[in-house]
Ligand binder design. Structure first.
Ligand code: MG
Length: 264
């Protein structure tokens, strides 16, 4: 019977990892403050959606189709009191969209419209994604060490790429080789991590996954990935549930050997 190699050891100086070839990273609460989404992105979408639609965007075929889908939903939708949304303010599609944003309702057409509005905000420089101060240098160092870096986030792949393109540390997209969103599967399901390992062409035990969600970490661990719980300021979930927690990426050192027990 083969002994399961140890991959991770907590030391005085930080956390040592052995035989890791790939690092898979969550975004919110791991590389970027959770508050960016709640306090910046959503209010921005709410504010900028009206001007975006008035500025001629609806002439774009893509936007026209999304608005038609929104209109469909609007006609059928009811507020929590059972009143038809359409009848309350028949002219105000933007008002309806804002109401959906406030309710955090996941209408696919709204999600796509928000994505277009954010893309404009990033392009104009009004939106910049703040990364935790240790993140960019750590990613560059890991990349230079030959580690493969990938993203797995519930935001869509285009949204992930916009965020890293317009980060507080500049355009970091070239550091990442693979981008995964929930089209690969739910983040709390171990089969999603098996799929990602297959896509990365690595044994899951050679992949380190970092996330601020203990449930996601446990799912990745079930798929045999090495996991670290991201414990950052402002995270809603601070209980590592027995997992090893990392508060700053500079705590991590990577060793090429596959087994902690093989070193003196
Ligand atoms: Mg997260």
């Amino acid at each position: 019977m083969s002994r399961k190699p140890a991959r991770l050891r907590r030391t005085e100086a930080g956390i040592e990892l052995w035989g890791i070839a790939q690092v898979l990273l969550d975004i919110e609460g791991t590389t970027c403050p959770v508050s960016f989404v709640a306090d910046t992105l959503f209010p921005y979408a709410s504010r900028a959606l009206g001007p975006f639609l008035e500025a001629g965007a609806p002439r774009r075929e893509e936007v026209r189709q999304l608005l038609a889908a929104v209109h469909d939903a609007w006609v059928r939708d009811e507020d929590p009191a059972g009143r038809r949304m359409r009848e309350q303010d028949p002219e105000d599609a933007v008002g309806y969209l804002r109401w959906l944003i406030k309710q955090d309702r996941k209408l696919p057409a709204l999600k796509e419209l928000q994505g277009l509005v954010w893309a404009e905000g990033y392009r104009s420089g009004e939106l910049v994604a703040p990364l935790f101060p240790d993140v960019a240098d750590s990613l560059r160092r890991w990349h230079a060490q030959g580690l493969g870096l990938s993203v797995y986030s519930s935001g869509s792949v285009p949204a992930q790429q916009l965020l890293y393109q317009h980060s507080s540390a500049g355009d970091l997209r070239s550091l990442f080789k693979h981008w995964f969103d929930t089209r690969t599967g739910p983040k709390q399901q171990s089969s999603s991590y098996e799929k990602i390992a297959a896509e990365l062409r690595h044994d899951p035990a050679e992949i380190l996954f970092i996330s601020d969600s203990a449930a996601e970490c446990l799912a990745a661990q079930e798929a045999r990935m090495v996991v670290l719980f991201s414990d950052r300021d402002g995270n809603p979930q601070r209980d590592p549930q027995g997992l090893t927690a990392v508060t700053d990426f500079t705590q991590l050192t990577f060793q090429p050997e596959t087994d902690v027990n093989s070193t003196p």
